[in-house]
Design a protein around this ligand. Structure first.
Ligand code: NAD
Length: 489
């Protein structure tokens, strides 16, 4: 797949610009380990200019009050992205290592289509409502509740579904009337700069409304962004560790902090479930995009009464999983995003063995793939619910199987986690599965293979998986302030 239309420049104050230092850094294809191009490496000064531009655009233009104009600009962006999807697709595959098939869905095409939902929800939103006349201290008043944008939004995104996550933040934040500074992950800059290029060249977005700042070392420019008093809100998706750091930094200026963080979700297969479907789904889940998904169930809870039978089906299914070159449509998984992630995942596998889990499939680097940051689909059985591989997010294709005694035991084990992002349950009885789903402390649940993902569906975490919701009406509301105005009758 040939790479064309690559954008090395950032978008600051309406201009596509190089870093002020002139510095660039390499973008590496994780499937081949080759340098595929470069991108601007911003300095703290570049970030400062982007924040200033966003602040000015919010304070001094009609962007925050002109909904019809916002709709026009975002529709222009959607049209431009749709027209350029075949230019973008190879870029996403090359920099993310994402399997081609996924780009026809959530890695790319789905979210371009879903922009219509976010644009529509803002257009139909009840921006104001009247309350009944009240009497307080003898003054009869009429009251209005008015929704307004929060202000300047810092959007910070990870590398696993970079384009989708960039779009998932930019579109509702802008449609709500905010201005945005997007800082994408260092490993996947083009999934952001391509949006900047189209925004600059194909839309009427005013200067400063959308800024995109790429940097190789996120801590430096990231800390400028999250500590700046001109920024009103940080919308962050990434690891729990960095999320906590950002929340601490935002505390000084009492920013609104919206966090989509890590997960260690459990899939529960009850003893009356259709094992074929449930176990195939579990393997597919953990292998999709090499397990690099925050909401993927990476703990599999199996009934003791059918344990041996389940393990046999699982091992067989995992051995048959197709993986390798992400440009091959048949491959469910490609590589991990970089060498550091691969070493991290291999480290967890060693830890799993050392802590006594039984390795059934995989467990290392695939022998037939000499280049690329690949790890074999890996299956551990007999995992202690408190073992490291059952508690910590691995972010690789590693499934930890834990046996349980009955429904109560399964619920207890599933909830015994500092995370609370997602989960799944399968049963022959929908009522039984629904009863279990309601007891799991997570933001989303799949019952019998149901797919919760969608533009209209709020997504986010309980506990250390985050604060707030992305997507859906709840996701749109994250980007709004609420004001009450009273006047005498
Ligand atoms: P990460 O936390 O290392 O980085 C996320 C983003 O934060 C990147 O853009 C990074 O450059 C930036 N960053 C790092 N330090 C910063 C700082 N000091 N100031 C400002 N920004 C900083 O996460 P990652 O490794 O890129 O992504 C994997 C993690 O993301 C996993 O934990 C995964 O569960 C999580 N994730 C969560 C969701 C969700 O919706 N809950 C979705 C996708 C990924």
């Amino acid at each position: 797949m040939s790479l064309t239309g690559i954008e090395e420049r950032m978008l600051i104050d309406g201009q596509l610009v190089k870093a002020s230092s002139g510095r660039l850094y390499d973008n590496i294809n994780p499937a081949t380990e080759e340098v595929i191009g470069q991108v601007a490496d911003a300095s703290p000064g570049d970030m400062d200019r982007a924040i200033a531009a966003a602040r000015r655009a919010f304070d001094e233009t009609s962007w925050s009050t002109d909904l019809a104009f916002r709709k026009k600009c975002l529709e222009q962006l959607q049209t431009a992205l749709a027209a350029e999807r075949e230019t973008l697709r190879p870029q996403i595959i090359a920099e993310v290592g994402a399997p081609l098939a996924l780009t026809y869905a959530v890695q790319q095409d789905t979210c371009i289509n879903d922009m219509s939902w976010d644009i529509g929800v803002a257009a139909d939103f009840e921006w104001e409502r009247d309350l009944p006349v009240s009497d307080f201290f003898g003054i009869k008043s009429r009251k209005k509740v008015v929704h307004e944008p929060v202000g300047v939004v810092a959007a910070i995104t990870p590398w696993n579904f970079p384009f989708m996550l960039n779009v998932s933040k930019i579109v509702p934040a802008l449609m709500a009337g905010n201005t945005v500074v997007l800082k994408p992950a260092p490993d996947t800059p083009w999934s952001a700069t391509f949006i900047g290029k189209l925004a600059a060249e194909k839309t009427d977005l005013p200067p400063g409304v959308l800024n995109i700042v790429t940097a190789q070392h996120p801590a430096e420019v990231g800390d400028v962004l999250t500590g700046d008093p001109r920024v009103d809100m940080v919308s962050f998706t990434g690891s729990t560790a960095v999320g906590k750091h950002i929340a601490r930094r935002g505390a000084d200026t009492v920013k609104r902090i919206f966090l989509e963080l890590g997960g260690k979700s459990a899939s529960i297969v009850l003893d009356d479930a259709d094992l074929g479907a449930a176990l195939a789904g579990a393997v597919m889940g953990v292998c999709t995009h090499a397990g690099q998904g925050c909401a993927i169930p990476t703990r599999l809870l199996l009934p003791r009464s059918r344990y041996a039978e389940c393990l046999e089906i699982l091992a067989d299914s995992m051995r048959k999983t197709k993986y390798g070159d992400p440009t091959n449509i048949e491959n469910l998984m490609g590589p991990l995003v970089n060498a550091r992630q691969r070493e991290r995942v291999l480290g967890y596998i060693e830890k799993g063995k050392a802590e006594g889990a039984r390795l059934l499939v995989g467990g290392g680097r695939p022998k037939h793939l000499e280049k690329g940051y690949f790890v074999e689909p890996t299956l551990f059985a007999d995992v202690d619910p408190h073992a490291t591989i059952a508690q910590e997010e691995i972010f690789g294709p590693v499934l930890a199987v834990i046996p349980f005694e009955d429904d109560d035991d399964a619920v207890r084990i599933a909830n015994d986690s500092r995370y609370g992002l997602s989960g799944a349950v399968s049963s022959g009885s929908l009522d039984r599965a629904m009863a279990v789903a309601r007891r799991i402390r997570t933001g989303t649940m799949s019952v019998n293979g149901g797919m919760w993902f969608g533009a209209d569906t709020p997504f986010g975490g309980y506990k250390e998986s985050g604060i707030g919701r992305e997507h859906g009406l709840e996701g749109f509301r994250e980007y709004l302030q609420t004001k009450a105005i009273a006047y005498p009758v």
